[in-house]
Design a protein around this ligand. Structure first.
Ligand SMILES: [Zn+2]
Ligand SMILES: [Zn+2]
Length: 347
């Protein structure tokens, strides 16, 4: 097996692994093979490893692994940002170093355009990672509390045990950041920060700029290897030969080609959430509601125009049994335009 084949297999495996780890817990995949693989990798294999380690090494490896795991996933750390920037800088260096045949034909406007495209992911990453995601403090609690009503469906009045106040609807306490975040979406390791009401726009900008960078990189390097292929043989073998002959550009093409779908899927998921008036956190709650409705365990009562949901055992006599999700209102969904406006303005 050649080093290029090993590289391709590594890229493919890494992309698939990343996809399963990042997307396996979202509701759309949770009950399918991707969700199953996610649980295998994150729950069952670590459990087996722990049992073996207890018997063979008295749990030393588990303690070391847990410490590393905690640092990587449960503590704020800049490792993923460093990894992202290293990929970006290394990719740009490899391109400009090996692609002089292409860059020598660029004029002033193309250079300006490419430099803007390259700088956008860095600017958006800086904004997303350093901005306040919507921290709820004693000073702004009243304002945050009044902003969204409790829907008595996925949000009920509850006191945050750390912040010692009633958590406003749509907010959640982030244990990594140590505070409650208004319109909490998720804590993102790529930006080492929470995504919330005030910085969701920068996160969207970050996803969009990364997508455009990858797609353009894929297109430019793909075109490079495509025009240098052997036209006498079939497309795939000739492309493969061209990738082997122009290794740096070929590797960059493969990398951007394999990573692009993951980032595009992320962007599409964020846009879908905006379209449906949900955050990532809320999409998981809605998924739980959906399962209860499917199991015929949820009842709904409307009092003064406001809905309230009950489990079977708590339902009052006049509550109606829910048989479809269309019977449940998402009061936070104001329509795509208004939802998008809220995200883009941070309000
Ligand atoms: Zn809190
Ligand atoms: Zn956080």
């Amino acid at each position: 097996m050649t080093s290029l084949q090993i590289y391709v297999i590594c890229c493919l495996s890494f992309s698939a692994f990343l996809f399963v780890i990042l997307f396996g817990q979202i509701p759309a995949f949770h009950h399918g093979p991707i969700g199953w693989l996610n649980r295998l990798l994150l729950v069952h294999i670590p459990h087996l490893f722990s049992v073996l380690d207890q018997n063979l090494f008295r749990g030393i490896l588990t303690r070391v692994f847990r410490r590393v795991h905690n640092y990587l996933w449960n503590e704020r750390n800049p490792l993923v940002i460093v990894f992202y920037l290293t990929l970006l800088v290394a990719g740009a260096y490899a391109f400009f170093h090996n692609g002089q045949e292409i860059t020598s034909q660029w004029g002033f406007f193309t250079w300006t355009y490419i430099l803007i495209c390259l700088s956008l992911p860095c600017i958006s990453l800086f904004l997303a990672s350093t901005s306040n995601p919507g921290r709820i403090t004693e000073q702004n609690w009243v304002q945050a509390f009044r902003k969204y009503p409790f829907d008595n469906c996925i949000f009920f009045p509850q006191t945050c045990s750390t912040c010692k106040f009633v958590r406003p609807a749509r907010s959640k306490h982030c244990r990594l950041c140590g505070y409650c975040v208004s319109r909490f979406d998720h804590h993102c390791i790529w930006i080492n920060n929470c995504v919330g009401e005030k910085n969701a726009r920068y996160f969207l900008f970050f996803l969009f700029s990364t997508c455009q960078g990858l797609v353009q990189g894929c297109f430019i390097t793909g075109k490079y290897v495509y025009v240098r292929r052997n036209r006498d043989i079939a497309l795939i073998p000739s492309l493969w030969n061209s990738i082997r002959l122009h290794r740096a550009m070929g590797c960059m093409f493969l990398m951007s080609f394999l990573i692009s779908p993951i980032v595009i899927a992320f962007l599409a998921f964020e846009l879908w959430l905006i379209y449906t008036g949900m955050t990532t956190n809320e999409s998981q709650k809605w998924q739980d509601i959906k399962h209860l409705v499917e199991d015929r365990k949820l009842y709904r009562e409307v009092v003064n125009g406001k809905q309230r949901l009950y489990l079977l055992e708590d339902a009052p006599p006049n509550a109606e049994l829910l048989t479809s999700m269309s019977q449940v209102d998402n009061i936070y969904d104001k329509g795509f335009k208004q939802n998008l406006y809220s995200v883009l303005t941070g309000n």
